[in-house]
Design a protein around this ligand. Sequence first.
Ligand code: CIR
Length: 256
Amino acid sequence: MFTKAIVRIPGANFDAGLTTVDFGRPDLSLVLRQHSRYCEALVECGLALTTLDPDLRFPDSTFVEDTAILTPHGAVLTRPGALSREGEVEAIRPTILNFYPAPLTIEAPGTVDGGDICEAGSHFFLGLSHRTNEEGARQLAAHLASFGYTSSTIDVRPMTTILHLKSGISYIEDNTLVVMEEMAANPQFARFDLIQVDAEESYAANCVRVNDRVLVAEGFPRLTTALQDRGFNPLVLDMSEFQKMDGGLSCLSLRF
Ligand code: CIR
C-alpha cells in the first residue's frame, strides 16, 4: 500500500521541456487542469500529497518520477540523463530528506531516470535507454541489492518509439505486467501474467497501480476493458497535454 506521493505543479514554461513527439504545443491551462485532476485521483486512492511549487528553472520538473527511486527499504536520488534536467535532483532533495533521511545517490558518469526503473515485487527491471546508462544501472543495482532487491537490465535503446522502459511496461501488482506488443516476448517477463497492449494503444502501457485502483490514460478503451476483465479497477485520466511532452501517468508522481 502507498500512503504518500510527491508531485510538482507544472510551470508556465512547461512547453519548453524536452519532447520527441510532434503532437503540437501543450495548452497550459489544460496542463494545469489535467495535473490538478491527477492529484485529486491520487487523493481518491488514499494518498497524502506533498505538492511542490512550479520550478521555472526546469521546464520538465513536473515529471518528478525521474529524480528518485523510493522503496520501503530505502531511497536513491537519481542523476537524470538529460543535461537540462540534472539540477532537478538538488531541487527535490530537501523534500525527499523529509521522508528518507539518508538517500543513496547515483554518481557521474552514471545516469538514471526514474522512468526507466520498474519495480515488480522484490525484483526491479532497469531500463538501459538514452537517459539511463550501464554505469547508472550498475550503481543502482548495487544500491537496490543493499536494500534486499534483485534486479536485471532491459535494453530499450533499439526501440525508437519509447523514451523510458516504463513507457512500454507497467507492473500493476498481482503478478501482472502491462506490456506493449513489441516487448511482450521478452523472456524476462515469462513468469508474469501479461496484459498485452496493442500497437495503436501503446501510450497506455504506462499505467500505475495505486492501492486498489489502476490509473490509466483516457482514450485507450481496449486496455481499460482488459484491465476490468482481469478484475482490476481502472481510474481513467486525460493525459493529452503530458503526452505531447513524452510524459505518462507514472512520471507525474513519486509514490511511496
Ligand atoms: C523528458 O523528456 O524528460 C520529459 N519531457 C518527459 C519525462 C517523462 N518521464 C517519465 O516518463 N518518467
